[in-house]
Design a protein around this ligand. Structure first.
Ligand SMILES: O=C(O)c1ccccc1NCC(=O)[C@H](O)[C@H](O)COP(=O)(O)O
Length: 262
């Protein structure tokens, strides 16, 4: 069993437990459930294009930064003028929580992506109830039918959908999904190998109706310039900012450098 299989097996159990504790009707009655979302896809097209991630730890890197509080991190990202903020909500493997998402929502107006391993529409409702503007769907772990169903569920609630792929086969089963953005993950989630060439290879195969996002392993502004030439408008960066004492300041320096290159 690889790490992705383990995460998904745990996720099914977690979701079943949560469903038994908090009915979906309770999520639907929460204050944030009727909030109007801000489009992450639009924000990417009109801004720096950077989606900065709140990421305490990961299966590939173990601990990245556990000493900061989420409010300070996301406020710093907003001041840096990122286009979106990704909040990891998985607890077991990434040290995140839905409370992180709630605190982030209370602290910023920047579009928030719920970064989670989605396997059930219940989690889509949770995302809305805790203040997300967008959800992530991972093609590697969902069938075409599940992708279509979960994306439609998110769109009905007014959220954007970032659909993540790693290869041509996953792209094929994503083409009929009502997603706003297709993200190419440069990290092979089974082996942890990272290569920006994955984004470059798949870019030309992604139809123009989707905003193209490159995810993982990005640490230089030169990489962004390179990826922009392949049509990418969004760039998801976690560790490069989170490994510093001040992720907001690191994002600001990065975006200032990007602007000076434009
Ligand atoms: O980051 C991991 O180790 C990981 C392992 C297994 C599944 C998912 C994983 N990461 C999720 C992500 O996609 C990244 O957090 C995100 O793209 C940012 O990547 P990075 O800039 O390399 O931190």
């Amino acid at each position: 069993m690889n790490i992705l299989d383990k995460i998904i097996a745990d996720k099914f159990k977690e979701v079943e437990l949560k469903k038994s504790l908090i009915p979906v009707s309770q999520l639907e009655n929460s204050v944030l459930f009727d909030r109007k979302c801000i489009s992450l896809a639009e924000s990417l097209k009109n801004g720096s294009g950077i989606i900065a991630e709140h990421k305490r730890r990961s299966p590939s890197k173990s601990v990245i930064n556990q000493s900061l509080n989420v409010q300070d991190v996301v406020k710093g990202y907003e001041e840096a003028e990122v286009s979106g903020i990704s909040v990891l909500t998985d607890g077991k493997y990434f040290g995140g929580s839905l409370e992180d998402l709630l605190y982030a929502r209370a602290s910023v107006n920047t579009p928030l992506l719920r970064k989670e391993f989605m396997v059930d529409a219940y989690q889509v409702s949770e995302a809305k109830a805790y203040g997300a503007d967008a959800i992530l769907l991972i093609a590697a772990v969902l069938s075409e039918k599940q992708l279509i169903y979960l994306a439609d569920s998110a769109k009905k609630l007014g959220m954007d959908v970032l659909l993540e792929i790693h290869n041509e086969e996953e792209l094929q089963k994503s083409l009929n999904v009502n997603a706003d953005m297709i993200g190419v993950n440069n990290r092979n989630l089974k082996t942890f190998e990272v290569s920006i060439d994955t984004s470059k290879r798949l870019a030309k195969l992604i139809p123009n109706e989707f905003v193209k996002v490159s995810e993982s392993g990005i640490s230089t502004t030169a990489a962004i310039t390179d990826l922009k030439n392949y049509g990418f408008e969004g760039f998801l960066i976690g560790e490069n900012f989170m490994k510093t004492d001040n992720p907001g300041a690191a994002a600001k320096e990065f975006i200032t450098e990007l602007k000076s290159m434009a």
